[in-house]
Design a binder for this molecule. Structure first.
Ligand SMILES: Cc1cc2nc3c(=O)[nH]c(=O)nc-3n(C[C@H](O)[C@H](O)[C@H](O)COP(=O)(O)O)c2cc1C
Length: 306
């Protein structure tokens, strides 16, 4: 009784910690889940023979699967799999990511979509926890929701379910030390710089001098309900060197030779980009301080096209 699968893909340990905690909480209420990495599919378990699977997975690199989930992602995307390959499976995905990346939640979303494509039934929609604002904001309500469903499914008496609320919250921030985070950030910046090589990266693009600008009545800076509600006006999130290379203080002519993002790849953007005038740019956090999450704020002018 109470058998189901918890499978995770984790690069730096956060998803693994959550998966282990879901297992412990399940055991507290008398369930008996099995815990594996996603890549142990077809070795320790077969997803197509499972009835219920809880997946907790992050993205790494530039929208890549964690090392212990990469093979799984490739396998579920094999073209030879029949459309009803996972017809007996119910599943739910919790995604971990960081909205600083343009490939935010790429892997959890891919897995969620592909399992449904293969005929599996979603218990509820994919949770998306964001490292930028704190994973726990989404993780904790997601776990509450999961256990409500598990409690009902396995007919766990209400008194026993209390063990969940009494159990300690997951401690996520302990997983990476400041040194580890710094090392990862340095690696990330280094990877982004090497990505630029040979693709007409930031070098050689003239940066213009900031000029005084009178903000129009409606701008992203001053805020407007119309602007903040319109998804099409979201400025794409791009790694810092790309944003720096795009900053201009003069409106570019339609046929300007300056290619969008200097021809660097820009994963995750689905709408056609349009040019806007960037009127100022500045660091929100000091890039040279020890804080690892540096942010750049840009103010753009939509030229009265709103
Ligand atoms: C080197 C590196 C690359 C990352 N790449 C992405 C990414 O492409 N998309 C995303 O949404 N999050 C990305 N993240 C954020 C992680 O997914 C997030 O920190 C998550 O909590 C890590 O979970 P894990 O420890 O289980 O791997 C990246 C983080 C690091 C350190």
């Amino acid at each position: 009784m109470g058998d189901f699968l918890i499978a995770y893909g984790s690069q730096t340990g956060q998803a693994e910690t959550i998966a282990k905690s879901v297992k412990e909480k399940s055991e507290l209420i008398g369930l008996a889940p099995r815990l594996f990495t996603l890549d142990e599919n077809e070795k320790k378990f077969n997803l197509n023979e499972e009835k219920l699977c809880v997946i907790i997975v992050s993205s790494t690199g530039d929208g890549d699967a964690p090392d212990n989930a990469a093979r799984f992602v490739r396998r579920i995307n094999r073209r030879t799999l029949p459309e009803d390959f996972l017809k007996s499976l119910e599943f739910v995905v919790l995604g971990l990511g960081d909205s600083n990346y343009s490939s935010y939640q790429l892997i959890p979303r891919k897995i969620d979509k592909q399992l449904a494509n293969l005929g599996a039934k979603r218990l509820f929609e994919c949770g998306e926890a964001d490292d930028q604002v704190g994973l726990e904001l989404v993780v904790e309500p997601w776990i509450d929701r999961l256990f409500k469903i598990l409690g009902a499914k396995f007919e766990i008496p209400a008194e026993r379910m209390n063990a969940i609320t009494e159990s300690p919250n997951i401690k996520l921030n302990q997983v990476k030390s400041e040194e580890e985070k710094k090392a990862l950030l340095e690696k990330r910046l280094h990877d982004e710089e090497s990505d630029d090589e040979g693709k007409g990266g930031v070098q050689g693009v003239e940066m213009l001098i900031p000029q005084h600008f009178d903000y129009p009545e409606i701008s992203l800076l001053k805020g407007s309900a119309a602007l903040s509600a319109d998804e099409n006006l979201r400025v794409p999130i791009a790694p810092q060197p790309f944003i720096v290379s795009s900053v201009s203080h003069k409106k570019l002519p339609e046929n300007s030779k300056l290619e969008w993002q200097n021809a660097c790849k820009m994963p995750g953007v689905v709408t056609k980009p349009f040019q806007v005038l960037v009127v100022s740019a500045g660091f929100v956090t000091d890039p040279f301080s020890k804080k690892i999450k540096t942010k750049r704020m840009i103010t753009v002018d939509f030229g009265g096209q709103i």
